[in-house]
Every structure is written in C-alpha cells, then in structure tokens.
Design a protein around this ligand. Structure first.
Ligand code: GLN
Length: 480
C-alpha cells in the first residue's frame, strides 16, 4: 500500500480502474496516514466515503478539503475558535461537485483563521509544519491542504485563494496550485473572507491532477446559489503540450526584479525562462506599471470586505457564545475571545477604511488602483499570451520568523495579489529547489485561459522534472 501514496491522483485512479485496488482500500490507506500525521495538517478526518466509486470519473480518489468549506454535519471552523462546534446544515457546491464526480472527502485541513495569513500560523488549532523542513511554515492560508499533499497524506486537495493562498503554499511545498478565473467556481458554502476576490482551486502533485479537479469544479457551470459564478466557456482539457513553440511569455519587470525576491528564487526563475526558450517559447519583458501598488490596494480592499463579512459572527447564530447575559456583552466577549489577533487587525483596518470621511481616501482609491491593475493586465495580454513571475519572493520561512511583523508577512503576497485583484487565473508550478526548499514559478493568463495556461505549465513541468516527494516523506514527521 505504501507505494500507492507515491502516485499522483490520476495514477491512483488508473490503478482503481485496472482493478488493482478498490476505492475503499485507497480511502482506508490515506485515512490511516491522515489520522496518524504529526504535521498538524488535518483538523478532522472522515470515517468513510468511498463506497463504490470505481466507475466514476474520479474513481474514488479521496480529497482533502480546506476547513473553510461547509460540509453538512461535519465540524467547519475556518480554523477559528469563534466557529468551534458549528455544524453546517449544507455542503459547499465545490465539495458537492467533486464528491459527485467521485472524489470523496478524506478530511478537513488546517488553515490560517478565516484564510487570513501566509504561514498557517494564524490558526486557532496550531500551526502546520512544512514536510520539506519541519521547522518551516508550509505557507498559507491553505497550509494544511498543501502540507497534506506534499507529505503524501492525501492525493490531492482543494484550497481557497484571495490574494495567493493556493499558489503560495503550493510553491512553498513543491506542488501545483491553481487559482481559477474569478467566478469560474461557485463560492456557495465557502466561508467568506473577501467575496470579490475569494476563489476555490486545486493543490496537486502535477498539472494533470489540477486539470482533473478544475474540470469537475467548473462542470455544471453557473450555480444559482452564487450570483457571481459563471459558465466556464469551454471544457477543461487534460494538458498535453510538450513544446511551447510560438507561445509568447511576458516577464513582469516590476515583480521579477523587485529587491524582495531572494537570490535563490530569482536564479530558478531565470533558469525557467531559459527552459521556456529551449521549448520554443519566446520571452520578453513587459511592464504592469500599477502592480507595485497591488499590495497596498489589497490590504485596504480585503480587510474592508472582511470587516463586513465577519460581522455575522456575533455569538447568536453560529458556533461559540460568551457573555454575561446582556446582548452587548454577548457580542463583545464572543468576538474578543473568538477571534485571534490577525482577524481583529483586519476588522479594525477594514472598518476604518470604510468609515465615513475616510471611505473615498482609502476604499475608493484602492478600487481605482484595482481597475488600473486590471487594465495593465489587459494591455499586457495584447502583446503576450501569458505572463510569468516568481510565485513567492522567498522559500518557506521558519516558524515564528514573521509572526511579530505583519508587514513582512504581507510581503509574501507581493507577486500573487495583482492577479487576484484583476480576477485573472494563475498557476504555480515547482521550478526546483533552492538550498533544499521548493521554489514556485507563476504563470498567469487572461480570464478563462485556464486550458492554455495548464498546457504551458505542463510542458514546463515535463522539462523541469521536479520530484514532488520531500526527502523525509513517509517517515512520519518528528519535530526537529
Ligand atoms: N496572505 C494573504 C492574506 O493574508 C492572502 C490570503 C488568501 O489568499 N486567503 O490576506
């Protein structure tokens, strides 16, 4: 059974179809690993779910699900104390669609509280360790979903990305992470952080698995329960490109040259550009002049939306309740004991930015920057087919290294936030190792160009030949 967990999800599905392993056996093998893991990646593990799924499109290959997705009668906390004890009465569309396609839920994964963070250290239920180096973070906010796949505790997973939370942890854990075009995947049942940015997507060992999950996430099209969801204009194909002949890549000068990019990350970025040319693609420098303001705009807009979205946690309707009887103390104590520091910081930032007298100066201006960034991307895609950047300025950092410095933490999103603001899709693939730690390469394209983006990522993935198994995988994590 141990060799099974080395397979990609698509390969595991092949074994099921060939009758070499049953969906139940596969589920049991992963469940055993997920139950005994010591990375802190899982918050709950499901008892069963495989039934007879061998004939389904995803053949019963189990799926790890970020704990931000509501699942009927399964504890769902978004890694917050304030949702302790909450049992949703319904299931998120994303989880429902993947289960219907044959990927039963293996369990719920740890994350930064309400998806706010870049290291998974903001979870109320403890941090997650990076399987590549146990004293380092897996990235965030979908840190549990990434660590679980990298450590072979789950064949694949889904996360959510508001400003980088799928791509950055995928990069730091040596995996593929895809944030789809805004609106392609229904947000119904996904606990809201910043609704105009939040998007669900896959974290996987390779681009084929990413395409498979995305195919079934968008299949079914518009969800009447999420008015921002749209019909994806074409089916998602499994990527097959081996060459990049004629594909024009734009290197974003402002992001690739930023002095926040570590030399090891930059070196692998440049190596990947050379591979693009070897495969027949062309590389030219482009400018996205407003991207340098992306982070500032994001850290006004996302907290503004979060402050409104999180007002519903008042001790009356969901999860935990604290207080001494009167209504005001119920609100105050529930929120002060229920939320941790980063969530409170965002609520205060957002409330301030939206307050009368400051609204135009902050929120209004950030919205205009957002429009400018979207226009920058449109102009770039008139010249090139795809745009590339490093995914994260650094490799996985040490646990505790950035917890006292919110600005340093926010800088992790420097290269991923612009695509979120523009609503365009982006994928991170592993480019190689820098001092034994994975480095991600980000490819982004126009809205709904996922097939083209996946094809380019596939050709590069083949050329790079990255081994997604950390040296210690299999050996259960022991704190160093
Ligand atoms: N790290 C970013 C933040 O803290 C992005 C989080 C996300 O994409 N959910 O807001």
């Amino acid at each position: 059974m141990s060799d099974l967990v080395e397979l990609s999800a698509a390969q595991a599905a092949e074994r099921v179809r060939a009758g070499e392993v049953s969906p139940d056996e596969l589920f049991a093998a992963y469940r055993e690993r997920a139950e005994s893991e010591e990375l802190g990646a899982f918050l709950t593990v499901s008892d069963s779910g495989a039934d007879d799924l061998a004939e389904t499109p995803l053949a019963g290959v189990p799926l790890a699900v970020k704990d931000i997705f509501c699942v009927e009668d399964v504890p769902t906390t978004a890694a917050s104390r304030i949702l302790a004890g909450y049992l949703p009465p319904y299931t998120a569309t994303a989880v429902e669609r993947l289960a219907a396609a044959g990927a039963p839920m293996l369990g719920k994964t740890n994350m930064d509280e309400f998806a706010m963070g870049s290291s998974n250290e903001n979870s109320a239920y403890g941090p997650v360790r990076n399987p590549w180096a146990l004293d380092r973070v897996p990235g965030g906010s979908s840190g549990g979903s990434a660590a679980a796949v990298a450590a072979g505790l789950a064949p694949w997973s889904i996360g959510t990305d508001t400003g980088g939370s799928i791509r950055q942890p995928a990069a730091l854990c040596g995996l593929v992470g895809l944030k789809p075009t805004y609106g392609s995947v229904s947000r119904y049942g996904m606990i809201a952080f910043a609704s105009s940015l939040d998007q669900c997507g896959p974290i996987t060992r390779d681009t084929t698995d990413a395409a498979l999950l995305l195919r079934h996430l968008v299949d079914g099209g518009h969800d009447r329960r999420d008015s921002t969801s749209v019909d994806f204009p074409e089916p998602i194909e499994l990527p097959s490109a081996e060459r990049l002949d004629g594909v024009r890549f734009g290197v974003v000068a402002e992001l690739a040259e930023a002095d926040t990019i570590e030399p090891g990350v930059k070196a692998l970025f440049d190596q990947t550009l050379a591979r693009i040319e070897e495969l027949g693609g062309s590389v030219e420098e482009i400018s996205l002049p407003h991207t340098e303001h992306g982070l500032s705009a994001y850290y006004v807009l996302a907290p503004a939306e979060a402050s409104a979205n999180l007002s519903r946690y008042d001790g009356v309707r969901f999860g935990m309740r604290a207080g001494d009887g009167d209504l005001l103390s119920l609100y105050e104590r529930t929120r002060s004991e229920g939320f941790r520091a980063e969530v409170k910081r965002r609520i205060m930032l957002g409330t301030y930015a939206l307050s009368s007298g400051y609204y135009e100066a902050y929120y209004g201006r950030a919205q205009r920057v957002r429009t400018k960034i979207a226009e920058d991307f449109r102009a770039a895609f008139d010249r090139v087919d795809l745009v590339v950047t490093p995914t994260s300025p650094s490799v996985a950092f040490r646990l505790g290294e950035r917890t006292q410095d919110p600005m340093a933490m926010y800088m992790s999103d420097y290269c991923t936030v612009p695509m979120s603001l523009a609503g365009v899709p982006a994928i991170s693939i592993p480019a190689g190792l820098s001092d034994g730690l994975p480095v991600g390469f980000q490819i982004t394209g126009p809205a709904f160009s996922e097939n083209r983006m996946l094809d380019a990522a596939h050709a590069l993935e083949r050329a790079i030949g990255f081994d997604t198994s950390p040296p210690r995988r299999g050996a259960q994590a022991v704190a160093t």
